[in-house]
Design a protein around this ligand. Sequence first.
Ligand code: IMP
Length: 444
Amino acid sequence: MSFSVVVIGTQWGDEGKGKVVDWLTQQAQGVVRFQGGHNAGHTLVIEGERSVLHLLPSGVLHEGVVSFLGNGMVVSLPDLLSEIDALLARGIPVDRRIRISEACQVLLPYHIALDQAREKRRGHAAIGTTGRGIGPAYEDKVARRGLRVVDLFTPQRLEAQLFELAEYHNFVLSRYYEQPEIDPKVVLADLVSLSERIQPWVCDVGAALAQMHADGQRLVFEGAQGAALDIDHGTYPFVTSSNTTAAQAASGTGLGPGYLEHILGVTKAYATRVGSGPFPTELLEGAGPVLAERGQERGATTGRPRRCGWLDVVALRHSVQVNSLTSLCLTKLDVLDVFETIKICTAYRHEGQVLLRAPIQVDHLNACVPIYEELPGWKSSTAGCCDWRALPEAAQRYIERIAELVGVPITLISTAPDREAFIVRSHPFQDAPSLTETVLDVCE
Ligand code: IMP
């Protein structure tokens, strides 16, 4: 018997998924990323020590857990290896724990240069990407000209593929964007030397995961970014270039949707967004800067300040639908400890109408004015609280009200950055057929 949990960001990313995945993986045997690349920045705080992971799954710090990079990812080899080397230098033998899909797309220097050139050209209309080349790498995948990890191990063909790709991208870089060309010989030499290092980790990830599942092992699927950044369901075009929602956990790993047993959505107790694009509940003054400061809201990848606002239940309900969430984890509750009253956006007002669903056009969404419900704050510390009964009544009411508005139970609450700072009302693995006494003990 086996069980799997998919962890999904329900907002614009940065919900605290890294901590949740790391915590869940204590009771799993495998953890897998299924989309995105090093645009993600997953921060873990373990016994006071902070680690930021970009490509490696957030469960990689656990011994005895296999960490997979699924076929839905775009992988920059230099960035992957420098992340691995940094952990090796800290004495964490991650090299023994990693597996990479042979079908992952390889993110190349061309993609990074194009992403940055494009953003520069867009000026005020820029998406605010992380500048890591994610969009152009996915474009090559969909255009069927991308390099996959498996291609790295057939040198003659690799050279031909890369040179053709380089001709195309250098043309665009130099003629359209007036940027320097990138020498494919240098790129090739780097790829060849780096691919030697990754070769032992390359495998058929789908087959490996299916085998683990059949053997009764527990799997955690780690989403990156969040549902509102999904290429289909997010605030297009201000989105990332992959599907960030739960169904991608299947197609991005080589399994079918039947393998996805529990979908856990992660939401902050308020809302943040990094980069451009609509954000109806954004607060430029008043509570916004307070949330930013108390929540230390800076992007883990780019260091950019995050925009902050009250929780948007219209967006969260959409997220519940597109992900078919089983349960929710609410993070950073303690950031709200200081407020006299706390607002929840329950609907939008647009051209005299009350909307319960967000309009699809960005300019319409930009014109929406949030309709708020105001709840009393608790004005006392919840930081590090691990017991539901010890929470102030007003905090309990706030959490229950969100659950009621979105129709999904909030079963986990994170109250501080550290791994163990969770209130566990029910554990996602609790439904697992093979749950043992030991597991229950760990949940307590
Ligand atoms: P890209 O993924 O670098 O192309 O950026 C597209 C949009 O997604 C931008 O608004 C980024 O700020 C946002 N984004 C990408 N990755 C993350 C993340 O891990 N957290 C939050 N926002 C992200």
